[in-house]
Design a protein around this ligand. Structure first.
Ligand code: B1M
Length: 235
């Protein structure tokens, strides 16, 4: 068979003919390659076969995004590829989200995230939000240029496990301390895991402002979030 025939075969792959285990692997590959339509189709097939929504989420989608996260961390994938994988994941999530809400499946955790006041950079924040969703967390993205009052209001409204803050400017990163200090004043600091990130930050800065963790990148953020939520729940 020629390469062209091979290519044709790939294009014409009928996902519905694959047994469950092969469809899971194919879904992982399609996520990795950012093929949203195929991921949506696979999600629908799993559901039609009677898979519970949380099983589809964990085995087909989160499993695939875990591979993406590892390769991003190891420098095999870069930001554009991860954004495209995350976009494909969103396609599957859009189908599963209402079903998961109906079945009351326990979420891995919840995070409110926003870029601090004075700062409109959101590419990194969006990537973190998408990777967190990819790991099965519920994410409430409150946007950019967020003043302390809006962070506090979002915490009050959504009661997340994690508050995530992003800053890309040396002039805006000190605002993270304003938010954390205000949380301390209100006596709510210890109710939340606070994670911070952004290109100009480092571990020393994260420690100095009183965050629970500084996240060098989105993959680190996901690992820290999962570890810290598990530790908090165990405690
Ligand atoms: Co801006 N900008 N920018 N900019 N911009 C920088 C940050 C800068 C370093 C460029 C430079 O001069 N070399 C510089 C800052 C210098 C400094 O502070 N020392 C700068 C400047 C000066 C400015 C303006 C002031 C320019 C001007 O107007 N004179 C202005 C500021 C506007 C404002 O915010 N008030 C400005 C504007 C812009 C654009 C609007 C044009 C655009 C933003 C578009 C957007 O975000 N929608 C922009 C861009 C694109 C950049 C650069 C080129 C790229 C940033 C980016 O998206 N990186 C940037 C230079 C650079 O960093 N190379 C630059 C990719 C992204 C995936 O990485 O955001 O680091 P990053 O996120 C990573 C990690 O940091 C971490 O995970 C992410 C994924 O791995 N992470 C988190 C980030 N947030 C996290 C939160 C977490 C966890 C992890 O919470 C749990």
């Amino acid at each position: 068979m020629s390469d062209v025939d091979d290519l044709y075969d790939d294009e014409e792959l009928d996902l519905s003919t694959l047994p469950d285990d092969e469809l899971v692997e194919q879904c992982h590959d399609d996520l990795y390659n950012g093929l949203a339509e195929e991921v949506i189709e696979a999600t629908e097939i799993f559901l039609a076969r009677g898979w519970a929504p949380d099983r589809v989420l964990n085995e087909a989608l989160v499993g695939g995004m875990t591979i993406v996260g590892i390769d991003f961390r190891d420098g095999i994938l870069f930001v554009p590829e991860v954004l495209s994988a995350a976009n494909a994941m969103k396609g599957g999530m859009a189908i599963l989200r209402p079903l998961l809400a109906e079945t009351g499946a326990e979420s891995v955790g919840k995070m409110v995230i926003g870029t601090v006041k004075g700062d409109i950079h959101d590419i990194g924040k969006n990537l973190v939000a998408m990777m967190m969703e990819g790991a099965g967390l519920e994410v409430i993205d409150i946007g950019i240029n967020i003043p302390v009052e809006d962070y506090l209001a979002a915490l009050e409204e959504h009661k997340p496990d994690i508050l995530g803050m992003s800053a890309l400017l040396t002039t805006t990163m000190p605002y993270m301390k304003v938010v954390i200090d205000t949380m301390k004043e209100k006596g709510i600091r210890d109710d939340y895991i606070v994670l911070v990130g952004g290109a100009p930050l480092n571990q020393e800065f994260g420690d100095a402002v009183g965050a629970c963790g500084y996240c060098r990148d989105a993959a680190v953020a996901v690992d820290m979030a999962k570890e810290m939520i598990a530790a908090k729940r165990a405690a």
